[in-house]
Design a protein around this ligand. Structure first.
Ligand code: CA
Length: 488
C-alpha cells in the first residue's frame, strides 16, 4: 500500500504543477486594496466592538483571513504609508515625517509600481500615500500648483490617479469643536482638530462617497484587464464629518461607554509615553469625550457603507473570484484609553491595525500570528505570481492563508518617529523605548496578563532581564533595518 501512496503523491504534484495559476497564458489575480485613515481595529464589529456595527467590513472578514495581531510600522500617516508602499521600514526610506515627495528608495519600484511594471493597470483613488486631512481634501486640486491636492503622492506608482475633494469641516450641518473649546465659544474650525459635523445631504457630498463612486466606476471599466486598484478613505480621520443619519445609532452620545478611568494611571508612564493628545490637554470633559466617540463611530459606519459599495461592484464585475481584497488602516487610534486620544502612541490601540486579506480559493480564517503592514508588498507579489524584489524588508506571509498558525517573526516592530519611540511587540510583551539610548524612558507590559497595558513593569527588578533582552534586540533591529545603499 505504501508505494500506492507514493504514486498518488507524485500524481498530485504533477496535477498541481499543471494547474498552476501562474501559467503565462492565465490571467493574474487583481488586487483591490482598501485603506481607511486612522481606523482602530477596536471600532469594528468583526474585531469585537458591540456598539459600532460594520456589516460590510465584517462580510469581507467572513470570507477572508482576519489578522488579530497586525501592526503598522509607523504610528502616523506619512511614515506608515511610505513604509508599506515602498516595502522598507521608515528608517530605511528616511520618511520619518510628512513631507517627502517619494519614499527615498532610488529607482527601486514601489509596491503598486512593481505591479504596473508587470503589466497591471494601477490606480489610486484619493489618499494612498500621505495627503493632508482635512487641508488637502478641502482643496482637492490636481497638485500641480503644490498647494495640496495629490499630497506626497508618487506618480510613478500609478497608471491613473484620482482625488476626491470634499467640504470636510465646512460641510453644512450641525457642527461642534470639541478640542480646546471648554467654554464652547469657538466656532467649527479646520486642521487636525477634534470637530464633529452631523452633515446635511447624502454620501456623495463628502470625499469618501466620491471615492467609492470612482472606485465602482474603475472596477466596471477595468474588469477585462489585470488591475491593482488602491482605494483610500479619509474617515475616521478628524474632522468627524458624515451624513447625519450615520450618527443616529450612537445617540444620545452620553449613553456611550468610555474606557475606565483609573486613578494614578499615568504615574508609571514616562513623560514621552503620555500621548500628544489627551482628555486633559484637549480640555475635553466627559460630555465632549463621549461625543468624540460618537463622531468617530459615525465616521466608521460611513466608511463601512462605502466599503460595501466597492465590494458590491467587485461582485457585479464577475472578478470577485479572481481578486485579492485587502482592508486595513495606516495605524490605529486611541478612543479615550488612559485618557489618550488619536495616534502616535505605541500602545496596541495605536500601533495595531485592522487587517483582512481575502484570497480567492483560500478558506476563511482568523490568524493570531504577528504580521506587519510592510509584509503586504512581498506577500501580494507572491500571491499574484510576481517576483519579490531583493532586499525588501517585509516577510512573505502567504503560508498563513493555508496555515494560520504559521509564524514569520517573534516580534513586530513599529516606530513613532517624531518622538523617537520604538515598539517591539511579541506575543507576551509590549516593549516600548523612548530614545535610541532609552534616555527618555521605557515601558514594558505583559500583554497576556495586562492586555489594557495598565502596569508598566520596566522599573520592577524582577523584569530587569526581560528589559535587558529587549534593549539588545531593539539595538540589533535598528541596525538591521538601515539600508546603507539608500543612504539612511
Ligand atoms: Ca492616518
Amino acid at each position: 500500500m505504501k508505494h500506492l501512496g507514493f504514486i498518488a503523491a507524485i500524481l498530485c504534484l504533477l496535477a498541481a504543477s499543471l494547474s498552476s495559476p501562474l501559467a503565462a497564458e492565465e490571467r493574474r489575480p487583481n488586487v483591490l486594496f482598501i485603506i481607511s485613515d486612522d481606523l482602530t481595529a477596536t471600532a469594528l464589529s468583526c474585531y469585537g466592538n458591540t456598539i459600532c456595527q460594520t456589516p460590510n467590513i465584517d462580510r469581507l472578514a467572513a470570507r477572508g483571513t482576519r489578522f488579530t495581531r497586525a501592526f503598522c510600522n509607523g504610528t502616523y500617516c506619512g511614515p506608515s504609508r511610505a513604509s508599506f508602499l515602498s516595502g522598507y521600514y521608515p528608517h530605511a526610506t528616511g520618511v520619518l515625517g510628512y513631507t517627502s515627495p517619494r519614499p527615498a528608495i532610488g529607482d527601486r519600484a514601489t509596491w503598486p509600481q512593481h505591479f504596473k511594471n508587470a503589466g497591471y493597470y494601477t490606480a489610486r483613488v484619493s489618499k494612498i500615500y500621505h495627503m493632508g486631512v482635512p487641508g488637502g481634501i478641502e482643496y482637492g486640486g490636481d497638485g500641480r500648483d503644490h498647494k495640496g491636492g495629490d499630497g506626497a503622492d508618487d506618480p510613478a506608482s500609478w497608471t491613473e490617479k484620482f482625488n476626491s475633494p470634499g467640504p470636510e469641516w465646512k460641510a453644512k450641518g450641525e457642527g461642534e469643536t470639541l478640542e480646546g473649546n471648554p467654554d464652547g465659544k469657538k466656532p467649527v474650525v479646520g486642521g487636525n482638530t477634534f470637530v464633529v459635523v452631523e452633515a446635511e445631504g447624502d454620501d456623495l457630498v463628502h470625499s469618501d462617497g466620491k471615492t467609492a463612486a470612482k472606485a465602482v466606476e474603475l472596477i466596471e471599466e477595468h474588469a477585462d484587464e489585470p488591475f491593482f486598484l488602491a482605494v483610500g478613505f479619509v474617515r475616521p480621520h478628524v474632522p468627524f464629518v458624515a451624513p447625519a443619519n450615520y450618527f443616529e445609532p450612537f445617540k444620545p452620545f452620553d449613553k456611550l461607554p468610555l474606557p475606565p478611568k483609573i486613578p494614578g494611571d499615568w504615574d508609571d508612564i514616562p513623560r514621552a509615553g503620555i500621548n500628544y493628545k489627551t482628555s486633559k490637554n484637549m480640555q475635553m470633559d466627559v460630555r465632549r469625550q463621549k461625543k468624540a466617540l460618537g463622531g468617530y463611530y459615525a465616521s466608521v459606519a460611513y466608511v463601512d457603507a462605502q466599503v460595501g459599495k466597492v465590494l458590491d461592484a467587485l461582485e457585479a464585475s464577475g472578478q470577485a473570484d479572481n481578486t485579492i481584497v485587502i482592508f486595513t488602516s495606516d495605524h490605529g487610534y486611541h478612543l479615550g484609553e488612559h485618557d489618550f486620544w488619536a495616534k502616535v502612541s505605541l500602545r496596541d490601540e495605536s500601533a495595531m491595525v485592522p487587517l483582512i486579506i481575502s484570497v480567492p480559493g483560500k478558506q476563511p480564517a482568523v490568524c493570531d500570528s504577528l504580521v506587519e503592514l510592510i509584509d503586504l508588498y512581498p506577500t501580494v507579489a507572491d500571491l499574484c505570481g510576481l517576483d519579490i524584489p531583493a532586499r525588501l524588508q517585509g516577510q512573505d506571509i502567504t503560508p498563513m492563508f493555508d496555515d494560520p498558525s504559521h509564524s514569520v517573526r517573534e516580534e513586530a516592530f513599529s516606530v513613532a518617529p517624531s518622538r523617537k519611540g520604538f515598539l517591539l511587540r511579541s506575543e507576551q510583551w509590549a516593549y516600548i523605548q523612548y530614545g535610541e539610548d532609552a534616555s527618555q524612558g521605557i515601558e514594558l507590559f505583559d500583554v497576556k496578563a495586562d492586555p489594557e497595558q495598565y502596569t508598566n513593569l520596566a522599573g520592577d527588578a524582577e523584569y530587569a532581564p526581560v528589559v535587558e533582552r529587549f534593549q539588545a534586540r531593539l539595538a540589533a533591529r535598528l541596525e538591521s533595518v538601515r539600508d546603507n545603499d539608500l543612504g539612511n
